[in-house]
Design a protein around this ligand. Structure first.
Ligand SMILES: NC(=O)c1ccc[n+]([C@@H]2O[C@H](COP(=O)([O-])OP(=O)(O)OC[C@H]3O[C@@H](n4cnc5c(N)ncnc54)[C@H](O)[C@@H]3O)[C@@H](O)[C@H]2O)c1
Length: 325
């Protein structure tokens, strides 16, 4: 089988490529990536190049998309602008890449209807909006969309487009909504790597607002295993929610990182809250567990330990990214 991975030079896409090449020695992968600030060829260093090819191209450009889809059986679509703070500062590129880029991929899948056996779209729990800290409810496949940042609005647009387009044209698709990932090759602009890299430099650790915002953390390898399970056992036309069953307030994440690194809590500094900051996300993955037999293998404790150790051992990877915008 030949897979097209879009955004495979980013955090989750590169972990997925590494995972897939290891687990599926008979398969080939094409990676279509524009190498934005978030795309880094170093993320793929050391992979088996004989089963991998790279197309330096942009999903906003239909010709690049068409070139990359040549001879492909399955598309796994990660490419996106992914940082909420950047979407608050300027949202246009989020719409162009996340919505129009997804549209270009769907158009090409439609053109190659007989060739493409599955289009898997990577979405996020952020499309469901925000939960209160004290409510029992978690998000699942029936939760309505309720975007609250330009990033999540663009991901709603993309997800709705996939569902509507594939329904109209009878295309073979699946969607996953995953909670917050962490792990190796995570860009240091995001919470966990930001805090690890700041602590390692004895710089202050900026925590938004009161630090009590809760995210449901999932180790990136568990996300990759979830996508694999959907491709292998998921029902066409279905959506699957993947979560880590690890709801942790941001301040507890930061304190746990400091403990792992044996650094003082005096490094923590509370800063003005993010505009429109969602309070809590939490995913109920019962459907994925029941239908796919999937469940996360890392707890937050084991996953965070693994991640901190990775950042300690890979300074050469993250140091050049610190001033890279
Ligand atoms: N990080 C998370 O916690 C999380 C959780 C759930 C879902 N997701 C989704 O997973 C996907 C991957 O997230 P990530 O954290 O790895 O993102 P990332 O920002 O680390 O990587 C995005 C990749 O897409 C590429 N890209 C951006 N614009 C492009 C374009 N126009 N054409 C081609 N390539 C382009 C970038 O170069 C980069 O390699 C996104 O769709 C995101 O919405 C992320």
């Amino acid at each position: 089988m030949k897979l097209l991975v879009t955004g495979g030079a980013g955090f989750i896409g590169s972990n997925f490529i590494r995972y897939w090449l290891e687990q599926h020695p008979e398969d080939d992968i094409v990676n279509l990536d524009a190498l934005t600030y978030a795309g880094n060829p170093e993320n793929l260093k050391g992979i088996d190049e004989s089963r991998y090819s790279f197309v330096h191209g942009d999903i906003r450009n239909p010709e690049d998309v068409s070139r990359a889809m040549e001879g492909v059986d399955v598309v796994v679509h990660f490419a996106a602008e992914s940082h909420v703070d950047r979407s608050i500062d300027g949202g246009r590129v989020f719409l162009e890449t996340n919505v129009i880029g997804t549209f270009n991929l769907l158009e090409e899948v439609r053109r190659r209807e007989k060739q493409i056996k599955r289009f898997h779209h990577i979405s996020t729990d952020e499309v469901f909006g925000s939960l209160e800290l004290d409510e029992a409810r978690r998000f699942d496949e029936r939760s309505p969309h309720d975007a609250r940042s330009p990033y999540s609005a663009s991901k709603v647009g993309a997800e709705q487009l996939v569902r509507a387009f594939c329904h109209t044209h009878d295309l073979l698709f699946t969607i996953s909504n995953c909670s917050n990932n962490y792990g190796p090759y995570h860009h240091p602009e995001k919470l966990i790597p930001l805090m690890i890299t700041h602590a390692l430099q004895d710089k202050s650790l900026p925590v938004y607002g009161d630090g009590l915002n809760v995210r449901d953390w999932i180790h990136v390898t568990d996300h990759c295993r979830g996508i694999e399970a959907i491709l292998e056992k998921g029902r066409v036309g279905e959506t699957y929610c993947l979560g880590g069953d690890s709801e942790v307030p941001n301040i507890e994440v930061v304190k746990a990182i400091l403990r792992h690194l044996d650094k003082p809590e005096t490094l923590i500094s509370y800063v003005e809250d993010r505009k429109g900051h969602d309070r809590r996300y939490a995913i109920d993955s019962a459907k994925a567990r029941r239908e796919l037999g999937w469940q996360p293998q890392y707890t937050f404790e084991t996953g965070l330990k693994h991640t901190v150790e990775w950042f300690l051992a890979n300074r050469d990877w993250w140091e050049p990214l610190l001033n890279n915008n």
